[in-house]
Write a new protein. Structure first.
Length: 366
């Protein structure tokens, strides 16, 4: 039999009990989120499989997947690791109504669009960014951008998501707080990849259609210079000191070294047919690159220029350098799998089955 208390004390005890229950739930949720944040993970968009795979880098297993996306190719994490921004490479119908231009009557506007329906190009010439919660693996928001998205970057301050639009000739910049497009910057034909300089003053965009790299000022959002390197520049990685940019060139089968101060190509390294992924060791001293066409992975000592390669088949594709001993993470363009490689010998440590073809790899370092 429960002891009896005065009415006021009983109400007080009930409030304390409810407060303790709420506190316990809050602590449990916090511990759960902390446990999630403490694991180092790789997030890999899987293209036409319409999902993003989540890989635990310690166990080297795919532990879960994020669903509800359409043909995601590019991806980038926010600096706190809370959200993954993934871009769809498929054109989508716009969810926004086509506005009537000023000075045009409703009847004229309806006639222009076939009785009220927008033209096919206006309906489909949009793209999507999925903002995904990395604690719950759910889509938090879907944002509209001006065209299919190839690769994605989240600025180091966590404020903007930047997308390259190969059909649109430039990049879009979305404010992640408001979810609205902030800027659109024309860079050149077939923009492919984007990286940010340390300090965040500039973005560098590869334009594979005319062999240039556009440097975009992030204070005023304009192209302040174009670097002519020739060929077909695609994936890039920036040296930690902001002095050199390493760019794969699919036309020549090489990686070009661009000195950013002068804008000149200072050196080239042979990779093989259809080079694709590029990455740097955690100390910035070793360059790694994949060759889809030659089925090889290449390791280059930047101080000496010594080159070592190893067979890797079929079609080694996107590449990232893991914080776990600098291991290499490489997807296959031909099979649904991820290789984990030892960075010195380039030996295969493990193969992780995926549910689709893996594209731009994002690493969480929480």
């Amino acid at each position: 039999m429960e002891p009896s208390y005065p009415k006021g004390d009983t109400m007080k005890l009930r409030r304390q009990k409810h407060w303790l229950v709420g506190l316990t739930a809050s602590i449990t949720m916090s511990l759960s989120l902390m446990a999630t944040a403490d694991t180092t993970r790789a997030f890999i968009p899987m293209g036409m499989a319409d999902s993003v795979g989540v890989i635990d880098l310690e166990s080297r297993q795919m532990t879960s997947s994020m669903s509800g996306t359409v043909n995601t190719h590019g991806s980038a994490l926010t600096p706190d690791g809370r959200y993954l921004v993934a871009g769809s490479l498929t054109a989508h119908e716009s969810e926004k109504p086509v506005s009537r231009p000023e000075g045009v009557t409703e009847d004229e506007h309806a006639a222009h669009h076939g009785g009220g329906a927008a033209t096919a190009s206006e309906e489909t010439n949009t793209g999507r960014l999925y903002v995904m919660d990395t604690a719950t693996n759910s889509i938090s928001r879907t944002l509209e951008v001006p065209g299919p998205v190839h690769h994605v970057l989240v600025t180091s301050d966590g404020r903007y998501a930047v997308s390259t639009h190969p059909m649109g000739g430039g990049i879009s910049v979305v404010d992640l707080d408001s979810g609205k497009q902030f800027k659109s910057v024309a860079t050149g034909p077939a923009p492919n990849y984007v990286v940010e300089t340390e300090g965040g003053q500039s973005l560098l965009v590869s334009n594979s259609g005319n062999g240039t790299i556009s440097e975009v000022d992030t204070t005023h959002w304009f192209v302040k210079r174009n670097l002519r390197i020739g060929g077909g520049p695609e994936h890039m990685v920036l040296a930690p000191d902001n002095e050199r940019l390493y760019v794969n060139d699919v036309a020549s089968g090489q990686v070009s070294v661009v000195e950013l101060a002068s804008g000149a190509v200072a050196a080239t390294y042979e990779v093989g047919e259809e080079p694709h992924g590029v990455g740097l060791s955690n100390d910035g001293q070793i360059l790694f690159a994949t060759s889809k066409g030659s089925n090889r992975i290449v390791r280059i000592e930047l101080d000496t220029g010594d080159r070592h390669s190893a067979p890797l088949a079929p079609a080694p594709y996107h590449l990232a350098v893991s914080p776990h001993g600098g291991q290499l993470l490489v997807t296959s363009r031909a099979e649904s799998k991820l290789w984990v490689l030892e960075p010195d010998s380039l030996d295969i440590i493990d193969e992780v089955p995926l549910k689709g073809i893996g594209h731009q790899i994002s690493l969480g370092f929480q």
